[in-house]
Design a protein around this ligand. Sequence first.
Ligand SMILES: [Zn+2]
Length: 338
Amino acid sequence: MKKALILLLFITTTSSFAQKSMVNNDDPTEFMNTITADKLKTKLYIVASDEMEGRETGSKGQKKAGNYLIDQYKKSKISYPKGATSYYQPIPAAFLNAKRNENLPDSENIWAYIEGSEKPDEVLVISAHYDHVGIKNGEIYNGADDDGSGTVAILQIAEAFQKAKKAGHGPKRSILFLHVTGEEHGLHGSRFYSQNPLFPIANTIADINIDMIGRRDVEHANSNNYVYVIGADRLSSDLHNITVAQNDKYTKLDLDFKFNDPKDPNHFYERSDHYNFAKFGIPAVFLFNGVHEDYHGKGDEPEKIEYDALAKRTQLAFVIAWDLVNRPERIVVDKPIK
Ligand SMILES: [Zn+2]
C-alpha cells in the first residue's frame, strides 16, 4: 500500500514536471493563440463606441476610454509602471498647445507594465494612440481602425504576456504598454513621453508602434493577410530580421515594405508615434494597414473592422515583442539616426 502510494506520487511529480518543461520558453505559440478575433472585437466595440464620443484629446469621452483601459489592466492584474504613482502620465495643456497654438485641455498618456525577470532595467515599449478626432458637425467619429485597433491590440498583447508570466514564462526584459494621447494633433503624447521618459532612453531597447491594423487598403483588395512594416531596418538590422523571422515562423502575413522606402511620398515613417522614439535612436517598427475610404471619416466604425486580420497582426506584434524581450542579447543599433 505504502509502496504503491510512493510510486504513484513519483509518477505524478515527474509527469507534471515533464509537462511543464514541454513549454519552451522560446516558443510563444501557446500565448500568441490567446490573442483572438473575438476578444479584440469585444474590446473594440467598447473603445470605439459612441459613448467615448470620438476620444478627442482631453475630452470626457477620451477619459472614459482611458478608464476602460485601466479597468482592463486591473482585471488582468497588470500594474502601472515601477516609478509611477498611477496608470496616468499627465500632460499639461501648455505642452499640447505649444506647437500648433491650439486650445486643448490637459490630457494624459496611460501606461501599464510587466517587469522583466532577468533584465528588468531594459525596457521594450509597445505604443498606440488612444485619442481620435472627436465629434464634428454633430457626428461622432469613432476611430475604430484609427486607432481603436492598436489600442485593443496592446490590451490583448499585455494579457498574453501576463498569462505567460503566470505560467512561469514571464518576459526577461520589462515591457511598457503605452497608450499615448494627442496623436491626431501632432504626435504630442509620444513626444511628451520621449522628452519625459519614465525609463531612461538609453535603456529602452525598442518601440513597437501599432496604428491602424484592422482594415485593408485598395492595394490589397484581394486579401487582408498582409501588413505594412515601416521603420524596422532604419536603426537596427536586428529589428528588421526579427520581424521577418517571427512572421515566417508564426504569423505568415505578407509583409509589405512599400512605405518603408524613405523616398515614399507619404512619409508614414514620420507620421506616427514611433517616430518620437526613433528620433532618440530607439529602434522602432510601425505596423499599419494603409489608408482606406474611412480614414479620418465618420465611417471608421467597428462593424467595418476585419477581425481575423486584426488578430493576426496583433499576434505578429506579440511574437516580435516576445523575441525582443527574451533574446539573450539586446538588439543592436547599427545604423545612424537620420
Ligand atoms: Zn492614427
